[in-house]
Write a protein that binds this ligand. Structure first.
Ligand code: HEM
Length: 330
């Protein structure tokens, strides 16, 4: 049912934006007001999440590791698996963020004959996730040509590299194929693997359908129904320079594309998609594991009156001695 509800929600959003893009009086709403409102919701929502995260008490370093931490010199420690220096943390974070290193170790439980529970390696999720995120990033960077004038050389270079295979006219971008294939895989995995289907919620499907619809409307605009790119650039430049315009003759499909993006942006901070910011702020990963190297004291411990053994021994020194009991200090 979750699948149908989220698919229905995305189809309803598409229909709404189609109407908005077709009726002249609604275009300023879908072309200017809603994108600005979405960005405002994104900034406010993300700030709220970061403030909430930073308010969680963190008295100890709670790093997740899969290696030996630094302690005595003769015990071999893992500088990357359990980093104790800033450089080690940066290297581990970079591999996590750029290559999803921990996901590479993903396993899947399978019930084999016997019955026997077997944990097998499962690399496809890692591959699908990596393909999706990287193609999204490249598409996002390529889109900067709509928002910058003159278009920077690096954006043009990226465009050339992405169209390296020179297939068709307009040239087919490799990332367009990859993003659709990766999203189809991520969706198929939730639909067809019974364990994952059982765990999947409305939000899991909604994010995937929304992203897929965003990519598909872009692909339709580029390869199938032509839209007026020059006028779209005028609209995009108007948005970023805070002098919005809604030119005529853009095509309703563009408003669907822009509206889906506005929904994605506004929904982002309140959903699991906020992991994009969270991954940088996760104390289980961004702290060095110095738990055995150094003594950590909780910074907000209230002062507790203590009576050490040495003080106790001094106090009762004569009595202990008289009783013939051993003393630490004679
Ligand atoms: C990060 C969010 C976005 C994603 C994931 C996305 C996705 C896509 C994809 C996959 C395409 C197919 C062609 C290509 O890869 O260039 C496309 C095309 C297009 N997108 Fe987006 N898009 C996004 C944001 C935007 C924004 C903000 C605009 C507004 C200016 C926009 C306007 C267009 C236009 C006009 C095309 C057709 C390009 C052409 O004909 O060459 N997109 N989009």
């Amino acid at each position: 049912m979750n699948v149908l509800y989220s698919l229905g929600a995305v189809v309803a959003l598409i229909a709404l934006a189609w109407v908005g893009g077709s009726v002249a009086g609604l275009r300023p709403l879908f072309g200017v007001i809603l994108p600005y409102a979405a960005i405002a919701a994104f900034l406010a929502g993300l700030a709220w999440r970061v403030i909430r995260w930073s308010n969680s008490p963190l008295p100890f370093r709670i790093t997740t590791t899969c290696g030996q931490q630094k302690s005595l010199p003769w015990i071999k420690s893992g500088w990357l698996e359990s980093p104790w220096t800033t450089l080690g943390v940066v290297a581990r974070m970079a591999l996590e963020i750029l290559l999803f290193r921990s996901l590479f170790r993903n396993t899947q439980a399978q019930l084999r004959e016997g019955p026997r529970l077997v944990y097998a390696e499962s690399k496809f999720l890692w591959l699908g996730a990596l393909a999706f995120h990287w193609s999204f990033l490249v598409i996002f960077a390529r889109h900067l040509r709509f928002f910058l004038e003159p278009v920077p050389g690096c954006v043009l270079l990226l465009q050339d590299l992405d169209g390296f295979f020179q297939i068709g006219a307009p040239v087919l971008y490799a990332t367009d194929v990859v993003i659709v294939a990766a999203l189809a895989y991520l969706l198929g995995r939730r639909l067809f693997a019974s364990q994952i289907r059982y765990l999947s919620l409305f939000t899991d499907y909604f994010a995937l359908f929304l992203l897929l619809a965003l990519a598909v409307t872009g692909i339709l605009m580029r390869y199938f129904t032509k839209v007026n790119i020059l006028e779209i650039k005028r609209l995009a430049m108007g948005l970023v320079t805070f002098s919005p315009v809604v030119p005529e003759g853009i095509g309703a499909l563009f408003f669907v594309h822009l509206f889906l993006l506005s929904v994605l942006i506004a929904y982002f901070p309140f959903s699991k998609l906020a992991h994009m910011a969270g991954v940088f702020l996760s104390p289980t990963r961004n702290l060095a594991n110095t738990n055995r190297m150094r003594r950590h004291l909780n910074p907000w411990n209230s002062p507790v009156p203590v009576h050490t053994y040495q003080e106790w021994e001094e106090e009762f020194h004569d009595k202990i001695k008289a009783a013939g009991l051993p003393l630490d200090r004679e």
